[in-house]
Design a protein around this ligand. Structure first.
Ligand SMILES: NC(=O)c1ccc[n+]([C@@H]2O[C@H](COP(=O)([O-])OP(=O)(O)OC[C@H]3O[C@@H](n4cnc5c(N)ncnc54)[C@H](OP(=O)(O)O)[C@@H]3O)[C@@H](O)[C@H]2O)c1
Length: 287
């Protein structure tokens, strides 16, 4: 069985591609940047690149493909030059993938979205993901949705801040979440290939923690005395509104960060790997 992993150069897609290869699937990858895709040599049997926001880029990509796992999305970081909104990248690119997969007769589509709770459900980032699911429903293709909470590497900046002696947290830090290891998410993606149509699998890790408790684990990992500063949510939301017209992506990232950090984001515990072990590993690699 050939599985196309879309968005395979980044965290989740890379884990999914590696896992599929280990499990004996034939792996084809699709991502945008040809230079970054070179890192997939040795994992992928076949590598394709192109910009999925342009339907023409998808000609021939689905030839010989039985199923798709899409981890494709616009990066959450503040480093890229791309100012486009999440809708213009995540929604447009993934809807193009759904249509091209359907046309090519692909039998299964697994889409990685986000675990959604009311506090941040109306953000542009979440709406962009939900629109893809509407397109999947409309298409008639058999599909499943994997919905992770934040993955462990999202919290790596806490370690870097802890090393410098101070962690900044949006809001009062009391809202709970259970972050999850990318490999646990990848395992769920592969399992979802064979589940029923229109299933939605939310996945969180084994430790339900407040953001402040996560910060304390980061301080403990690097052996520093905890010092935490809280950034009021209204400051982040006001900044997001000011940034939005100039750089829609950054505006939407700030809006999401302000809302999700101050909201409960707890999914059923399917992941088994621990955040403290992840922090210890990252800290030892940086030492
Ligand atoms: N990370 C988390 O904690 C988390 C939690 C919940 C949900 N999610 C969701 O899970 C998905 C995967 O997240 P992630 O953090 O692993 O990666 P990501 O940064 O969202 O995805 C990046 C991948 O998508 C590719 N890509 C982006 N735009 C493209 C385009 N126009 N055409 C073709 N390829 C394109 C990138 O290719 P290049 O490298 O070539 O640019 C890269 O392989 C996303 O939808 C994300 O929102 C993530």
């Amino acid at each position: 069985m050939t599985v196309l992993v879309a968005g395979a150069t980044d965290m989740l897609g890379h884990e999914v591609a590696k896992l599929l290869r280990e499990k004996g699937y034939r792996v084809k990858t699709f991502s945008r940047n040809p230079a970054r895709a070179q890192a997939l040599r040795g994992i992928a049997h076949e590598i394709a690149t192109g910009d999925a926001t342009k339907p023409k880029s998808l000609d021939d990509v689905f030839d010989g493909v039985d199923a798709v796992i899409s981890c494709l999305g616009a990066p959450m970081g503040f480093t890229g030059k791309d100012r486009r909104s999440f809708h213009k990248v995540d929604t447009v690119a993934n809807c193009n993938l759904v249509q091209a997969a359907n046309k090519a007769g692909v039998s299964r589509f697994v889409y990685v979205s986000v675990h959604v709770q009311p506090g941040y459900a109306r953000t542009a980032y979440i709406r962009a993901h939900e629109e893809v699911i509407q397109e999947l429903r409309k298409s008639g293709i058999s599909f499943g949705v994997v919905r992770p909470t934040g993955t462990f590497p999202i919290f790596d900046p806490f370690l870097h801040m802890a090393r410098r002696g101070i962690i900044y947290i949006p809001g009062n830090g009391k809202a709970l979440t259970n972050p999850v290891h990318p490999l646990d998410v990848a395992e769920t993606c592969v399992e979802t290939l064979t589940l029923g149509n229109d299933v939605s699998v939310s996945i969180g890790g084994p430790d339900i923690l407040s953001r402040e408790e996560i910060a304390r684990i980061a301080f403990k990992t690097v052996g520093k005395k905890p010092k935490i500063l809280h950034i009021p949510r209204y400051v982040l939301l006001a900044t997001a509104a000011m940034v939005q017209p100039l750089h829609p992506r950054y505006g939407e990232v700030l809006e999401f960060v302000a809302r999700v950090f101050t909201s409960e984001c707890v999914a059923p515990t399917r992941g088994r790997r621990r955040l403290s072990e992840h922090f210890a590993k990252v800290a030892s690699m940086a030492a």
